[in-house]
Design a protein around this ligand. Sequence first.
Ligand code: 2RA
Length: 348
Amino acid sequence: MGYRVAVVGATGNVGREMLNILEELNFPVTEMHAVASRKSKGIEVSFGDRTVKCESIDSFDFSTVDLVLMSAGGDASREWSEKIGKAGPMVIDNSSAFRMDPDVPLIVPEVNPDAIKLATKKNIIANPNCSTAQLVVALKPLHDAAKIKRAVVSTYQSVSGAGKAGMDELWTQTKAIYGLGDARPKHFPKQIAFNLIPMIGAFRDDGYTEEEAKMWAETHKILDPDIQLTVTCVRVPVFVGHSESVNLEFDRPISPDEAREILREAPGVLVVDKAEADGYVTPIDAAGEFAVFVSRIRKDPTVENGLNLWVVSDNLRKGAALNAVQIAQLLDETGMIKPAGGYRTLTV
Ligand code: 2RA
């Protein structure tokens, strides 16, 4: 029973996770199409216990599917997403191409589900940047309870955010440090093995990087434009899982206990917070999980009504593929998409 689905960019880190999570969440799929660039035509990708051969985007007829999950980068999205939307299907785009388009909703289902109504303007919904998604899931319940005035965020972003090339670079550089090859940076601006790089994306005239500007703009579009937000994004030698140190100032007093209780009830959040060796979450703990984990909840005595948090999540899942599939579920639940042939069992 279900939808005719195409995953564009099916051979990339996020595209493969989209296929995994569509299966894990049992999203109703009648037909699954893996679509990729001409050079990837014929490559097989897994969809549950089945394999799907990649079809070339140039020759694929998008009017034959109900839903398209795009994870092919900004250039491909700018070239294809509006054309695909005009052909009929709803497009969930993981790139930054349309995130700030006023006619395209930027959605994290736990935070701003009602914005989905805007999707019919272009038949496109934008998925936020990975580091933004986990942040707003953690901030939303606290903001609803005790309005956030100011947030200071430092991120520790894994190399998988930079795709397979980023992961390969960390792996080859780490081996090279032990005399097993060439450690020269190719993908990142500097060596990433045993190092930290405070530059994700190009530098802007204001001294911030594109990644920092994305978090700032997207958080304002999704959550609240009045939050005073400043961000530092750092690449770290971790394979999967983005971490964030978050300092918050509220417009009323809120204790760590109250914040902990609010977060424990919040959708998509798991609180792991004890002042002991295993009382907090690390990227290795979060990798492969759906949740946004919150730890180290504690008062910031240096400001009025201040709190500090530690927020960790799998950047390929909640940061990208899971959020995209949850948007697909939202489209299904709200009736904004309907399976053309009604609900039938999977045939391919
Ligand atoms: C990164 N957030 O981590 C960016 C894109 N996935 O590289």
